[in-house]
Design a protein around this ligand. Structure first.
Ligand code: GCO
Length: 263
């Protein structure tokens, strides 16, 4: 065995929601190991272009595409264009997600649908055209970005937990149907990371900060770079016999019931 097992040279990786945050961190890891990056954003071409410039400034091969994973027609057209302009997609990271922190009794059905459509259905919509082509070519890698909310509930994130819980089971369903075609489908489950998405929870004086650092055995919030090794592993030949697994990168928070305050 050699470290080449983890190299991604000659591979093209599409990462959705990769203009910032955890998606950008994972993309940087894949690019550093040789992958050509295809970066997706949905909000503005300017954000996509800025992200691509940032990747390229770090010497990474990167291309940007603006489309919304909740729109099947936009996704199908984007996949066709990417494969024509950049090349076959070997690695798909379904990372695009939104969160809405609203108690279930107060949440509108529209808000619920927006979260589930993006975080769960979006992975299905994105994977279908990409994996059809992977099957034709003899294989590929799909990584669904789950969450510790794939395993646990928390006040005010019910729609997000339902979507991420569903994404864990969709990962297993995809693995069941696609492993025979040499397409490995797995998940990455981030714990609590210091990103824009969790910034409101980390504001000075917010009770959440102290609680999470005491609840996490590693005693800290995750740094987005902490996800890169897991992403490279699941995108590389090193995981060719790994199917339907959700790899939690969470500082141990899911491993423990926690300990009494004075322990
Ligand atoms: C929250 C947080 C979490 C984390 C992450 C955990 O509101 O509880 O945003 O959802 O972002 O998803 O895995």
């Amino acid at each position: 065995m050699s470290l080449d097992l983890f190299r991604l040279d000659g591979k093209t990786a599409l990462i959705t929601g990769a203009t910032h945050g955890l998606g950008m961190a994972m993309a940087r890891g894949l690019g550093a190991c040789g992958a050509t990056l295809v970066v997706n954003g949905h909000s503005s071409q300017e954000k996509v272009d800025r992200a691509v410039a940032s990747y390229r400034a770090d010497g990474l091969a990167a291309h940007g595409y603006l489309f919304d994973v909740t729109h099947p027609k936009q996704v199908a057209e984007a996949v066709e264009r990417i494969e024509r302009e950049v090349g076959p997609i070997d690695i798909l990271v379904n990372n695009a997600a939104v969160i809405e922190r609203t108690p279930l009794l107060d949440m509108s059905v529209d808000a619920w649908k927006r979260v589930v459509d993006t975080d769960l259905t979006g992975a299905f919509v994105m994977s279908q055209p990409v994996v059809r082509r992977m099957v034709e070519r003899g294989g590929g890698k799909v990584i669904n970005v789950c969450s510790m909310m794939s395993e646990l509930g928390r006040d005010s994130v019910g729609a997000y937990a339902a979507a991420k819980g569903g994404l864990k089971m969709l990962t297993r369903a995809m693995a069941t149907e696609w492993a025979r075609h040499n397409v490995q489908v797995n998940g990455i489950g981030p714990g609590y990371f210091a990103t824009e998405q969790t910034a409101p929870l980390r504001e000075p004086g917010h009770p959440f900060h102290e609680w999470i650092t005491s609840r996490t055995p590693a005693g800290r919030w995750g740094d987005p770079a902490d996800l890169q090794g897991a992403a490279v592993f699941l995108a590389s030949r090193a995981s060719d016999f790994v199917n339907g697994h959700v790899l939690y990168v969470d500082g141990g928070i899911l491993a423990t019931i926690g300990r009494p305050q004075d322990a």
